[in-house]
Ligand binder design. Structure first.
Ligand SMILES: Nc1nc2c(c(=O)[nH]1)N[C@H]1C(S)=C(S)[C@@H](COP(=O)(O)OP(=O)(O)OC[C@H]3O[C@@H](n4cnc5c(=O)[nH]c(N)nc54)[C@H](O)[C@@H]3O)O[C@H]1N2
Ligand SMILES: Nc1nc2c(c(=O)[nH]1)N[C@H]1C(S)=C(S)[C@@H](COP(=O)(O)OP(=O)(O)OC[C@H]3O[C@@H](n4cnc5c(=O)[nH]c(N)nc54)[C@H](O)[C@@H]3O)O[C@H]1N2
Ligand SMILES: [Mo]
Length: 807
């Protein structure tokens, strides 16, 4: 057993391995002030602080969570845990958890009981339904609840209330992942598997800082890099991330130019004839369009647009064209930028024209971000139709209506599902009158916060917030419901490579807190929703009966769960769907047989125009892709809606650090994580800092057309012309209520036309030096925020950040 400072060494000790070998196990454990023999129970679960799905057991002593240990048998992490996995659970035990419902009285939130709080919500819902109809009511949920909870909420919203206004914060997160998969393969569902890392000879990461955001997956890549015949890495990111440090080729494009760069890379692959001609002919449609479009993007044309060297594009193109087993991953550097879906689709095209799908080492991971985002999508709690059904296909809605035993017309299908940006617009205009927010903190995470605050505060909007903590959003609510969190309730969730884990209840929630499932079930009961036989619409009463109901809904669909049971999930490793009854071991890779879920009668979507987002009609789709092939869709680069100019000469991007999760409701309540990144900072390149006389740690103000934020400068390896602000720091804080440090004060109300995902990684900005700092910026010295100044003391965890590991 080795002791390791896991704040200073987030990836732990290397366990090298070679291509085709299986990843060695290494078990990580952290117990907070107790010895292993004091642990009374170990309860199976997985991490909820990213989408990687690191399996772990929760240690319980005296009715409290006291630590975690990686699950060595699990296919995802083979026992490893990252810093957030090791320490993030400490938030469960925080002393400032919400423990009682609250309602607004005389302008103030006051404590109340469940009956009073729920009655107020039910009374509001019933009045709105009676007087103004279902489309005055909206639900905005999460990528952090459990499958059973989303499925229940979906049934309530769509068949109970009958509203189309149901979305998840997955809209901000993986809407583009889902849309890119639908566009290329006709259906959501990750083709690849994490085991592709074990086989790949080239791994290309597009706008994905995996080292900080799925650190255990990076540990897997690091172990390949440390072993024989390591893979080559291609990194596309404007910052010098850990991935960039280890890359054979690092392309650092100017924000907003991903599509131009992708077209140039595809141009190079085609020019070098890196094509799998048989695969293209047998399994795809659309290649000729792609060839014609990318012909206009030779490296010399694209290099000045992206601000990178044509030779670097050619070098990356050569590697991509020559790879024998190519694994690509895509995340927010693409999804939250300009032309998001169009750019993400080009990564699918790369795999398709190279015939790199369905074989070991050949996969694309259109990554998820949140731990349970996949389930939000499967269950239709993001407005999609449950079971990856097609909202534009009448037969699919009829099938779903049979599962729910309601009339098909009860399910509103007049138009595509409403996304959150549209819901905010409806609330702004006064047509949305009630919004129920669960497990998300939009007052920090949506773009252009000044606007969001004014909408959420509106007199005419009844706002319900269901959370573990009194967040910035809860401060604006009419009713606040105290939720049980991870470890305090039971349910399943599915990671980015389709691995399903069970997370069992380890301890009771504090005070009167209730599981989100119980809250939704209570609402359904009080609303007295009925099916077509006048029996209760929601027929289940606890997690396992909810899971059974979902299994029935998923039967025969791509995300088939019918072969899964809680017992099987608790026994050893997580299991990948599709998992029908005759294949209880699940499915490692999709599309291994070269057939896709894109059959016109089966597909989840008929696709959309990449430039406008206009949905394709059923007839047009049938004509274009009658034989269930993969679709190669090309798109031209267009200029971004906002670009640097004389007044705002820099490009602002936003994103994450290794040690914090989102709006920090959890990670700020863990001492070792919080101490590693205690306050906001701004990453600036050395040349931009020099020309403005800005030194490490100086206080600067960053301004866009929406607002200003003050932060201390970290002079980092980010490319010149670009500055980076972490979005973790909201205005709420134990000490401060200042409005001036949330990145989203600066971001804009713009989104991708196909996925409707907001553009968080693009704004024209100016920076002004305010004063000199006292010491370095409060930024981690590891990862993309590493200082260029060698004199800054390294980020360390010390005793409270130390965990054990063993092989
Ligand atoms: N530590 C930590 N891990 C997390 C989370 C967390 O909050 N903290 N959140 C989880 C969630 S929900 C998500 S969605 C994922 C997100 O995981 P990532 O997508 O890896 O994280 P981000 O920091 O949002 O963005 C990734 C990179 O995009 C780059 N980028 C910005 N603009 C552009 C551009 O125009 N082009 C390109 N090519 N790159 C660009 C940024 O420099 C950044 O390094 O992380 C998950 N894991
Ligand atoms: N500028 C900028 N903005 C961004 C991004 C960016 O990169 N840049 N990234 C976007 C992305 S990818 C994401 S995913 C979003 C994240 O944005 P949010 O979803 O707003 O962020 P979180 O802090 O994760 O909020 C989740 C909330 O749910 C609560 N919670 C946790 N578990 C439970 C539970 O079991 N039940 C209940 N009821 N509540 C629970 C937490 O306390 C917390 O308040 O931010 C988006 N916004
Ligand atoms: Mo996300």
């Amino acid at each position: 057993m080795r002791q390791r400072d896991r704040i200073a060494e987030p990836w732990g000790t290397r366990t090298p391995y070679g291509p085709g070998e299986s990843w060695p196990a290494r078990t990580d454990m952290f117990l907070d002030g107790v010895e292993p023999d004091a642990v009374q129970r170990w309860v199976p679960s997985a991490s909820v602080l990213h989408s990687n799905g690191d399996a772990l057991d929760i240690a319980v002593a005296d009715g409290r969570i006291v630590g975690v240990r990686g699950r060595t048998a699990d296919r995802v992490n083979r026992g490893r845990l990252d810093p957030k996995d090791l320490f993030g659970w400490q938030a469960n035990n925080a002393t400032d958890r919400l423990t009682q419902p609250m309602i607004r009285r005389g302008g103030k939130l006051v404590v109340t009981d469940w009956d009073t709080a729920m009655d107020r919500i039910v009374e509001h819902s019933k009045t709105l339904l009676r007087t103004e109809g279902p489309s005055t009511i909206g639900f905005y949920t999460s990528g952090q609840l459990f499958l059973e909870e989303y499925y229940t909420l979906g049934v309530i919203a769509r068949a109970g209330i009958g509203t189309n206004h149901l979305d998840g914060n997955t809209r901000l997160c993986t809407a583009t992942a889902a849309e890119a998969l639908k566009q290329s393969f006709g259906c959501d569902g990750q083709p690849g598997s994490y085991t592709d890392v074990d086989h790949a000879d080239v791994i290309a990461l597009f706008g994905h800082n995996v080292a900080e955001t799925q650190s255990v997956l990076w540990a897997r890549m690091l172990d390949r890099l440390a072993g024989p015949n390591p893979p080559e890495i291609i990194c596309v990111d404007p910052r010098r991330t850990e991935v960039a440090e280890r890359a054979t080729v690092h392309l650092a494009p100017l924000p907003g130019t991903n599509l131009a760069l992708m077209n140039a890379l595809l141009h190079e692959v085609i020019a070098r004839d890196g094509l799998d001609h048989d695969f293209i002919a047998d399994h795809t449609v659309g290649f000729d369009d792609l060839r014609a479009v990318v012909a206009e993007y030779p490296p010399e044309t694209v290099a000045p647009l992206c601000g990178i060297a044509a030779d670097d594009i050619r070098a990356a193109g050569r590697i991509l064209a020559g790879a024998r087993r190519l694994l690509s991953t895509v995340l927010q550097g693409f999804y939250q930028s300009h032309q998001a879906t169009a750019a993400a689709v080009q990564v699918n095209n790369l795999q398709l024209i190279r015939g790199m799908l369905g074989r070991p080492g050949c996969g694309v991971l259109q990554m998820n971000g949140q731990p349970t985002a996949q389930n939000t999508r499967e269950c239709g709690a993001d407005g999609d139709v449950a079971g990856f059904r097609n909202w534009a296909n009448r037969a699919h809605l009829e099938q779903l209506a049979r599962v729910w035993n309601v009339e098909p017309d009860r399910i509103d299908h007049d138009g595509p599902p409403t996304d959150i940006m549209q819901m905010i617009r409806c609330a702004e205009q006064g047509t949305l009158r009630m919004l129920w927010v669960s497990a998300t903190n939009p007052a920090v995470s949506l773009p252009e916060l000044a606007r969001i605050r004014s909408v959420l505060r509106r007199e005419g909007l009844f706002l319900v917030v269901q959370d573990m903590f009194r967040t910035e959003t809860a401060e604006l609510a009419d009713v606040v419901l105290p939720a049980a969190g991870w470890g305090e309730k039971t349910g399943c969730f599915t990671n980015a490579d389709r691995t399903v884990h069970l997370s069992a209840k380890a301890v009771d929630p504090p005070g009167d807190g209730r599981a989100d499932l119980d809250i939704f079930l209570d609402y359904a009961r009080r609303m007295d929703f009925r099916d077509r036989d006048d029996l209760p619409l929601v027929t289940w009463s606890d997690p396992s009966s909810a899971f059974d109901a979902w299994k029935q809904c998923s039967a025969g669909r791509p995300c088939d769960y019918t072969g899964l049971t809680y017992a099987a999930l608790a026994a050893g490793s997580g299991i990948q769907w599709p998992c029908p009854g005759d294949r209880p071991e699940g499915t490692e890779r999709l599309y291994a047989d070269g057939r896709f879920w894109s059959d016109p009668d089966y597909c989840e979507s008929y696709g959309k125009d990449l430039a406008t987002g206009t949905p394709t009609s059923a007839a047009d789709y049938r004509a274009y892709n009658p034989d269930a092939k993969a679709m190669i869709k090309a798109a031209h680069y267009a200029r971004a809606p906002e670009a640097p100019d004389d007044s705002f000469p820099l490009a602002l991007i936003t994103g994450r650090t290794l040690y914090h999760f989102h709006t920090r409701t959890k990670t700020a309540r863990s001492a070792p994580l919080n101490a590693a990144a205690p306050d906001v900072w701004l990453e600036v390149s050395a040349s931009d800092a020099r020309s403005r006389a800005i030194g490490e740690g100086d206080l600067v103000e960053v301004t866009t057309r929406r607002g200003s934020v003050r932060a201390r400068a970290r002079v980092s390896g980010i490319r010149p012309g670009v500055v980076f602000l972490p979005f973790h720091f909201g205005y709420w804080d134990v000490e401060s209520t200042a409005h001036d440090r949330a990145a989203n004060e600066l971001t804009m109300t713009e989104w991708d036309p196909s996925s409707k995902q907001p553009i968080f990684k693009l704004a024209a900005a100016r920076i002004d030096r305010i004063s000199s700092g006292e010491g370095p910026a409060p930024a981690p010295t590891l990862g993309a925020s590493a200082p260029v100044d060698a004199g800054v003391a390294a980020t360390r965890g010390g005793p409270r950040g130390t965990a054990v590991e063993w092989d």
